[in-house]
Design a protein around this ligand. Structure first.
Ligand code: P5A
Length: 445
């Protein structure tokens, strides 16, 4: 992409409505624009990152054996009356009527609708286990939408649902989700700690939230600092292996880590004092096992191996896809702007031409652009007629992890400059070496 043709409405001033750094930077970097309270348009740069995050979620869900599908955002109230949640959900549910005066709503979550699909088509234990998921817009009429995409009213969520014959199988689905979520967040450059939580309107007893530690987080959390030493890394997981998934679950959840809703001061006191931490976190996902709550209410039964009809055991699992942009920026920025982790960066490498119009500099930039593109990478070339300072400021603000700077002086010596956004360190290299280096960095992702 060439910046001269891109729609990147960066703001010079700090927008006054933004209280936290991620919201400020998303507005300044021209990623989003508020349409109304808690509802945003996704401008090209923001949309690009949203898609990257969505893709990682898709890949990791499918690696775990979960099937993608898509359900409508607008639903009839009938199913929600059947489950009892039409009344229970309260003012957070956006309700309206269609022209025939039927009660409709904008989906805040989809346990009812997926259970209805299941009961219509599945009748035997032989079709289990089954896990399907979607990545779809949700609406919750939050009382206080704030912090940009972090607490929106309209937001993008991955929601998955498992159907199993027994509690044991459903708990495996729970563990499997926990494992796949750990991997998902790590690919985005995030440490998200599973913490025992409260299930709220979704229901059930077993639930963990995934929290990214950040001062601006909305949740108060209590944990043993040893949890932050855990990392998922490059493990080979067989997602059908109950014992292996249970082992990872155990490893990542046996230390004390809880949200304020489930915090137990007596238990917390047992953590060695120097490891006790009280901090704040951003909830980027939550997994639930709620047994037969929805299958009982909606009569989702299958015939078991013994011929008897039994309600299926279920759980649901969510990732805040749009919220993740805010969480990643909160965790990775400096005073100049965003610093994207390589896994989610909108463009792999920036190219800054220090002397636009100079034949040699222009030619070298075009050649770099072509080489990077040929290797399957997406460069963002600042080919505008602007001062170098302005170009650097824009690149720093939008946070591409790598930048190649091209100028006549370097070219005389046969070199360009490759700079890491994270460390600020630069090295001078022949252009083809710079391309090779960038390609290597991304090859390992
Ligand atoms: C699990 C999937 C559920 O709704 N039903 C289907 C379950 N869980 S949840 O915890 O309520 O939401 C899942 C994740 O969505 C994000 N999220 C939000 N993101 C932005 N703005 C909001 N208002 C908002 N509400 C929830 C969170 O990341 C949450 O973990």
């Amino acid at each position: 992409m060439r910046l001269s043709r891109y729609f990147l409405p960066v703001l010079k001033e700090n927008p006054s409505e933004a209280q936290i750094v991620s919201h400020r930077l998303m507005l300044r970097a021209g990623m989003i624009k508020q349409a109304s309270a808690g509802i945003y348009s996704w401008l090209p740069l923001g949309f690009k990152v949203l898609r990257k995050i969505e893709n990682i979620v898709h890949e990791e869900q499918q690696r775990a054996g979960h099937m993608p599908m898509l359900m409508p955002t607008i639903q009839s109230a009938d199913l929600w009356r059947e489950s009892g949640r039409y009344d229970a959900y309260g003012a957070e549910m956006l309700r309206f009527k269609d022209r025939h005066d039927r009660d409709m709503l904008f989906t805040p979550t989809a346990e009812e609708l997926i259970t209805d699909i299941f009961r219509a088509h599945v009748g035997s234990y032989k079709d289990l286990p089954l896990t399907m998921y979607q990545i779809q817009w949700k609406f919750r009429d939050e009382i206080r939408p704030r912090f940009g995409v972090m607490r929106g009213r309209e937001f993008f969520m991955k929601d998955g649902y498992n159907f199993d014959l027994s509690k044991e199988d459903a708990l495996h689905a729970y563990n499997r989700h926990l494992v796949s979520y750990l991997r998902t967040y790590e690919r985005m450059g995030l440490q998200a700690i599973p913490m025992r939580a409260d299930s709220g309107p979704i229901g059930g007893d077993d639930t963990h939230e995934f929290l990214v530690l950040a001062e601006t987080g909305e949740s108060e959390v209590f944990y043993d600092s040893a949890v932050t030493d855990l990392s998922f890394g490059d493990r080979d997981i067989d997602y059908d292996d109950h014992a292996q998934c249970a082992g990872v679950m155990e490893e990542f959840t046996n230390l004390y880590a809880r949200t304020d809703e489930t915090h137990d001061p007596d238990l917390f006191d047992k953590v060695p004092e120097e490891r006790r931490r009280v901090a704040r976190g951003i909830e980027v996902g939550q997994i639930f096992y709620f047994g037969t709550k929805y299958s009982d209410a909606l009569n989702a039964v299958v015939q078991g191996p013994d011929g008897k009809q039994v309600p299926v055991h279920m759980g649901s699992h969510g990732i805040g896809v749009s919220r993740l942009l805010g969480a990643i920026i909160e965790a990775s920025h400096d005073d100049k702007g965003i610093i994207w982790p390589e896994g989610v960066t909108p463009y792999h490498c920036g190219i800054v031409n220090l002397k636009q119009g100079d034949e040699e500099a222009d030619g070298a930039c075009e050649a770099l652009y072509a080489s990077l593109t040929a290797l399957g990478l997406e460069p963002l070339y600042d080919d505008r007629n602007e001062r170098a300072g302005g170009k650097f400021a824009t690149m720093d603000l939008i946070g591409l992890p790598w930048r190649i700077t091209v100028g006549p002086r370097g070219l005389k010596n046969g070199v360009v400059e490759l700079t890491s956004r994270r460390t600020g360190e630069s090295e001078e290299l022949p252009p083809e070496e710079a391309v090779k280096k960038v390609a290597e960095i991304y090859a390992n992702l």
